[in-house]
Design a protein around this ligand. Structure first.
Ligand code: GLN
Length: 191
C-alpha cells in the first residue's frame, strides 16, 4: 500500500513525514505515471488556485478527478479541502477544483477575521489541537457527508466515503490521528 502526496505546491514535506510517522509508504506525486503507482492521495495545504492551475499544467487534473470518481481514497487539508469540494464560494474567477465531496466551502472564510489561529477541536470525541491558516470552512454539506469536527461553530472536518478533508493542517502539528485515520481507511479499502 502506497500513499501519494500531490507535490505541486504547499506543505508536501510535512505530509510525507506525518504519513511516514504512522507507518505509511509515502511518495511524491507530480506526474500521471506517479499517480498510477499510488493507492491513495493526499492534497496538501498551500494555495488552492495555484495547485489547481498546476494540476492542469502537469496534466494531472483529469487523471486525479478520474481516480477520485473511481473511489481512490483522498485526504485534503486546507487548500486540499477546497480542491476536494464540489462547490467553492469566494474562489477566483478561474478557480479549478477536483471535487468529490458534496459540500460548499468558503475560501479564506476565517481569514476575514484573522489570518491564522489555533484551537482545540473535538475530533472523534477527543480534543485535537488544530492550526488554521487562511482556512476555509464548510458552509453546507450533503446528507452523505459526515461531520468530523467543528470550530467556532463551523464545520472544519468532514468525511464522505473514502474522502476526508480538514480546514486545518494536521501535517503541521505532532498529532498524527488524522493521518492515522486516513491510513486506516486506505488499508480497509485495500482489503
Ligand atoms: N487560502 C488558501 C486557498 O485558498 C488555503 C490556505 C492554506 O492551505 N493554508 O487555497
Amino acid at each position: 500500500m502506497r500513499i501519494g502526496v500531490l507535490a505541486l505546491q504547499g506543505d508536501v514535506r510535512e505530509h510525507l513525514s506525518a504519513l511516514a510517522a504512522v507507518g505509511a509508504d509515502a511518495v511524491r506525486v507530480r506526474r500521471p505515471s506517479e499517480l498510477d503507482d499510488v493507492d491513495a492521495l493526499v492534497i496538501p495545504g498551500g494555495e488552492s488556485t495555484t495547485i489547481g492551475k498546476l494540476l492542469v499544467t502537469f496534466e494531472l487534473l483529469e487523471p486525479v478527478r478520474k481516480r477520485v470518481r473511481d473511489g481512490m481514497p483522498a485526504f485534503g487539508s486546507c487548500a486540499g479541502m477546497i480542491l476536494l469540494a464540489d462547490r467553492v464560494l469566494d474562489g477566483t474567477a478561474d478557480q479549478i477544483g477536483i471535487g468529490g465531496i458534496d459540500m460548499t466551502v468558503r475560501r479564506n472564510a476565517f481569514g476575514r477575521q484573522v489570518d491564522s489561529w489555533e484551537s482545540d477541536v473535538a475530533f472523534d470525541g477527543e480534543p485535537l489541537h488544530a492550526v488554521f491558516i487562511r482556512a476555509p470552512w464548510v458552509e453546507q454539506c450533503g446528507d452523505d457527508v459526515e461531520v468530523l469536527a467543528r470550530a467556532a461553530d463551523r464545520i472544519v472536518a468532514v468525511r464522505q466515503g473514502s474522502l476526508i478533508a480538514t480546514a486545518f493542517h494536521p501535517e503541521l502539528t505532532g498529532d498524527r490521528r488524522v493521518h492515522a485515520l486516513f491510513v486506516s481507511m486506505v488499508k480497509e479499502q485495500a482489503t
